[in-house]
Every structure is written in C-alpha cells, then in structure tokens.
Design a protein around this ligand. Structure first.
Ligand SMILES: *[C@@H]1O[C@H](CO)[C@@H](O)[C@H](O)[C@H]1NC(C)=O
Length: 411
C-alpha cells in the first residue's frame, strides 16, 4: 500500500518535454522563418501599433449637445428669424430649419369643397364609401359640389377652406448662409476624462467671424448650412426637406496629452431618397379667436431640413492586462508557423516519407517473460509514447501507410 502511494507520488512529480526533430532543409527552413516573421510583423504592426491592443478601451461615451442657429431669411415675402423657422426651439441635438412653407390662412370649422384632385366627382355617388376617405382634408359629407353637370369636387366638413399644397412656393434661399453653433461636451466615465468641442484656447474675436471647414478652421464650432449641404451634395434638400446627420467622432488616445483628444466632424444625408416619398415635411397650426368669439386658425405645411447630431467615440489607455494577454497571444501564435511547415514537410516536400519516418516512431508490442519488472515498465513507457505521438495534432496525410513503411525499413 505504502509502495503504491509512493509510486504514484514519484509518477506525479515529473516533467515531460517533447522530443524534437531538426530538419536541415533550406526550403522548409526558409518557409518556417518567413512564416514566423509574417506572424510577428502582423502582431507588431496591426495588433499593437494600429489596433492598439495594449490599451484598455472605454466605448461608453457620455455626451450632451446644444445648438444655436442664426440668420435672417425671407419666407413667403416675410422676413423671418430664428423663432420663426427653427423647430423645436430648445436647441437640442435634433432640430429642424424650415425652408419652405405653404400657408393656409383663416380656416374655420365648416363645409367646403375638397382641394385634392383625387376627390373630383360628377355625382354624389363618387363621394360616398370611398376607401381613401382618410386622405381628404376633412370628413366627406357625401355630396358632390358641381355646377351645371361639369366636374366638381366632393364636399368636406372640417377646417375650411381646404389646404391646397400643390401651389408653388419659393424656398428660403438664404438658409445656406445660416450658421449653426454646436456645443458638445463628452465624458469617458472609465477614465474620468471630460472634453468639450469648443477649444478653450479660441478667442472671442475669432469665434465671431469663423466658419468651420475641414482644412483650415477645424477648431471652429460654427457651421454654415451651405457648407454642410455642399459636403453631402444635397442642395435640393432646401426644396424638398430631408434629414442631415452631423457626426461627431471622438477617438482619444489617452496615453498622449488629453489636449490632443479632439472631435472629428462628418456630414451625411440620413433619410434615403425614394421616388414615392421625397423629403421631409410636417404641419402645424396657429389658433386665434375673433372678437366675436369664433375660433380660426392658420395652417402651415413646413418643408424642413432636419439636423440630427450623432456623437460616437472611444478612448484607450495603456493597461497591463490587455497588454499581457495580447503579448502572450503573439508569442504562442509564432508556433502556428510549425503547423504550416509540418503540413508542407510531411506531405509536399521531396522525401516526405523519410521525414515522416523520423517524426512518427512506431513501436510494436514487446514480448515479455512473466514477472519481469524491468520489461514491464519499459513497455508501459513505450505505450504511452505511442499514444502521445498520435495526439500530437500534426497533420499528416496517409500517416498509417508511412508508419508501415518505416516498420519495413527497420526490419
Ligand atoms: C450669402 O452670403 C453671401 C455673402 O455675404 C452673399 O453674397 C449671398 O448672396 C448670400 N446668399 C443668399 C442666398 O442670400
């Protein structure tokens, strides 16, 4: 019993190391070194230098955006200012600049002819039980308003007169000279770093006159609408309305000075253009009461450019844990070259059979006399060796055949 315990303890405290076969072949030697070099270069250049895998990363950026639009324009022969054309007025990260407006003034509750062409009629029957009734400007009464058998329009009940949005209205061209001030503050909570898009070194006099452009005035937080539309090739948007995205990207390497952590701006059109539904518009109304106490309203159909400010970013800083993980990964990956070289050595190279013979040793069963302790132990060790060579994970096509050849050679 004590012998067995002692035996298993001595069996446990051993060190095993793999036996190597050194192949002195220029071909495989060069392939091996080139493969190792490529793997090392990949890790140094891409993983470490480009992807900065040695850094701890914070992608959970916290951000707030404030905006302020400035400029004067003319809409429907009226001079309009910010309070007229920006909606909603709070200066959030999503806002609209109205560029075209169809105004229907003095609407009151009552009955009147529908303005849409699709609701033309010749008899009352054309105005009842219509499946597109929800597209009318009011509830269809079922009457056809036609004088003297010529084609007329269905009658509606609701806000009258009905809006005619087919009329031509000039858009506000001055919008291209409007400016948007963007104030973006961000924080990377993991590293407790806060940054703002307005550089503290800017002078008030510069701020008064500057306009952002990607070449010279990258620090200026004031954007001309015309510049943004040019960047996205979307000048038609003034006519139809649409959505423009202003992307602010913060990519910060906090191993360097925080001051170098600056936002990058880019502009895209967000809504996809389709032939069926072009652009962007919405309606709103202003309500009034006459001296006599009856209510009336002015309906506005507004075509607008909707700006959406999207903030994204990540920050990285050196940290030992990701560094060690990637460093060890780099070292072990160099071993991948061996797998590749084995594949070539054992299958495609001239004399592959000889290499195979050297690499895979096969030992036949040893015939033993009973009670011979020495033989028994040697057989055990050989058996385990054979097992290991099968498990080694090296690729070899037709390994069985090769080992059989070896046997024949040996005999
Ligand atoms: C925009 O401003 C420039 C320079 O002040 C001016 O020449 C141009 O006419 C303006 N554009 C519009 C549409 O008003």
């Amino acid at each position: 019993m004590a012998d067995m315990v002692l035996g298993s303890i001595t069996n446990f405290f051993v060190y095993e190391t793999a036996k190597s076969v050194v192949v002195k072949s220029w071909t495989v030697g060069i392939i091996n070194r080139v493969a190792q070099l490529l793997i090392i270069l990949y890790f140094i250049c891409w993983v470490f230098l480009h992807e900065k895998a040695y850094q701890d990363r914070d992608t959970g950026i916290e951000s707030t955006v404030m905006t302020k639009v400035k400029g004067l324009g003319t809409l429907n022969d009226q001079v309009v200012d910010v309070a007229d054309y920006v909606s909603p007025p709070q200066g959030s990260s999503t806002f609209c600049i109205i560029t075209k407006m169809i105004i229907t003034a003095n609407q009151t509750q009552g009955r009147c002819p529908e303005s849409e062409k699709r609701f033309s009629c010749s008899t009352d029957a054309n105005c009842t039980d219509r499946s597109d009734a929800h597209l009318a400007n009011g509830m269809l009464t079922g009457r056809c308003l036609n004088n003297d058998s010529s084609d007329g329009q269905c009658e509606i009940q609701g806000w009258c007169p009905a809006e005619n949005d087919q009329q031509r209205v000039n858009p506000m061209k001055e919008v291209e000279n409007f400016t948007i001030l963007i104030k973006n503050s961000i924080r990377f909570p993991r590293f407790n770093v806060s940054r703002g898009s307005i550089d503290s070194e800017l002078t008030p006099s510069y701020m008064k006159t500057c306009n952002y452009d990607a070449v010279e005035n990258t620090n200026c937080p004031i954007f001309k609408v015309g510049y943004i539309l040019d960047q996205t090739n979307q000048t038609i948007i003034i006519e139809t309305g649409g959505e423009i995205g202003i992307n602010i990207a913060w990519k910060c390497n906090l191993d360097h000075d925080e001051k170098n952590c600056k936002p990058q701006f880019s502009f895209t059109r967000l809504d996809t253009e389709s032939k069926v539904s072009k652009g962007y518009n919405f309606r709103f109304a202003k309500y009034y009461k006459s001296a006599a106490g009856s209510e009336y309203r002015t309906l506005h159909k507004a075509y607008a450019i909707r700006f959406e400010i999207i903030v994204s970013g990540n920050a990285g800083k050196f940290s030992t844990v990701p560094f060690m993980i990637n460093f060890v990964a780099a070292l072990t990956s160099v071993g991948l070259a061996a797998v590749f070289c084995d594949l070539i050595l054992l299958n495609f190279l001239k004399g592959a059979d000889v290499y195979k013979a050297k690499k895979f040793e096969e030992v036949s069963e040893v015939i033993q006399s009973p009670g011979d302790k020495l033989h028994k132990s040697s057989q055990m060790s050989i058996k385990s060796l054979v097992k290991r060579s099968n498990d080694s994970g090296n690729f070899s096509i037709g390994q069985q055949e090769a080992t059989r050849n070896v046997n024949q050679n040996d005999i």
